[in-house]
Design a protein around this ligand. Structure first.
Ligand SMILES: [Zn+2]
Length: 331
């Protein structure tokens, strides 16, 4: 026999109503401000959707925001006190197990973590791509970001043709604004790799002027963390086929590209974003290695730097924070 589950009950409260009760605004299923990152109005990428099992969920699609969950998760971002009281005051979830017995609360199993995109899908999408300069729109973006160095990007970045067939997860926008990455201008593709150098996912960068404020996105509804951008030397390192003396940790696609094309072949250059760097990567850094943390000199970049340092704590590794690129490019 199962008892009344407050959690199951609370998860049935419609998210639109819940968000409004929490003082957030909802327009066309977009929550503003995002309770996780605070982006509001047209900048907010925090959307309500229905999970495959029918439960209402929300997720912030901004590339640097991890906000997601069900109604309880949403409420916890806003309400610091007793959630049950707060729900009860609004007439929600008041049913209790009868018979004077203490309430039986069955915790539902946690929702399954989404996995990485299927490898077949990934290879099918990448198989339609050319090298970065192959598509004019992508080439223009590369020249804009890198100047003459764009000529050296080769296959570090892939260009997706306008008419490419994109799987369900390679889409952007919601409802009537939904488009494939190819149609939406997200046509510079960057494969990302796990700590063993295995292809696991991809990041798509917007290369044409468009209304979308989001510049770079991971596959929709799939896991993307624990993966990095990696130049050939970094891939060799992660695959245990090389022992780099220098590893550069960069942030964002343009920076990673710039470091990759400007440094000599022996420097391993990885590019990280939110959720990328894990202890698994740090554990692969060889002893005696010089690690340059070249993430942005802003709050997010300093956060990444602190994380990388923490994962290398106590190791025989020489960690430097930012340097002129020439200092690390080597011979
Ligand atoms: Zn957010």
């Amino acid at each position: 026999m199962t008892g009344y589950s407050w959690f199951a009950d609370a998860r049935r409260v419609p998210l639109e109503q819940l968000a409004v009760a929490l003082g957030l605004s909802v327009s066309r299923r977009t929550i503003s401000p995002c309770p996780a990152c605070g982006r509001r109005g047209r900048d907010s990428a925090c959307r309500i959707y229905r999970a495959k099992d029918g439960t209402p969920k929300w997720k912030c699609w901004h590339a640097s925001c991890d906000g997601r969950g069900d109604g309880i998760d949403l409420a916890r971002y806003v309400i610091s006190g007793d959630l049950r009281n707060w729900y009860a005051e609004r007439g929600w979830c008041e049913r209790r197990a009868g018979g004077g017995r203490s309430e039986l609360v069955e915790l539902p199993p946690p929702p399954p973590e989404p996995g990485y995109v299927p490898e077949d899908d990934l290879r099918c999408l990448l198989g339609q791509c050319g090298p970065g300069l192959y598509e004019p729109d992508v080439g223009r973006w590369l020249h804009y970001r890198l100047g003459d160095l764009a000529e050296r990007t080769g296959w570090l970045v892939l260009s997706l043709p306008k008419n490419a067939r994109c799987p369900d997860w390679a889409r952007v926008g919601r409802d009537h604004n939904e488009r494939s990455w190819a149609q939406g201008g997200f046509r510079a593709l960057f494969p990302v790799w796990n700590h063993q150098g295995q292809l696991r996912s991809i990041r798509a960068r917007q290369v044409v002027r468009a209304a979308a404020k989001v510049k770079c996105i991971p596959p929709r509804d799939h896991k993307a963390g624990g993966t990095v951008l990696a130049n050939p030397a970094a891939l060799a390192w992660l695959r245990a086929r090389g022992t780099p003396q220098r590893i550069v940790v960069t942030e964002g696609e343009p920076q990673w590209l710039a470091w990759s094309v400007a440094s000599t072949g022996s420097v391993a250059v990885v590019g990280i974003t939110s959720g990328s760097w894990t202890q698994d990567f740090a554990d692969r850094v060889p002893d005696g290695c010089q690690v340059l943390i070249a993430t942005d000199l802003d709050k997010a970049g300093e956060g990444y730097a602190a994380l990388v340092r923490a994962t290398l704590e106590g190791r025989d590794v020489n960690v430097d924070r930012w340097a002129q690129p020439t200092q690390m490019l080597g011979k």
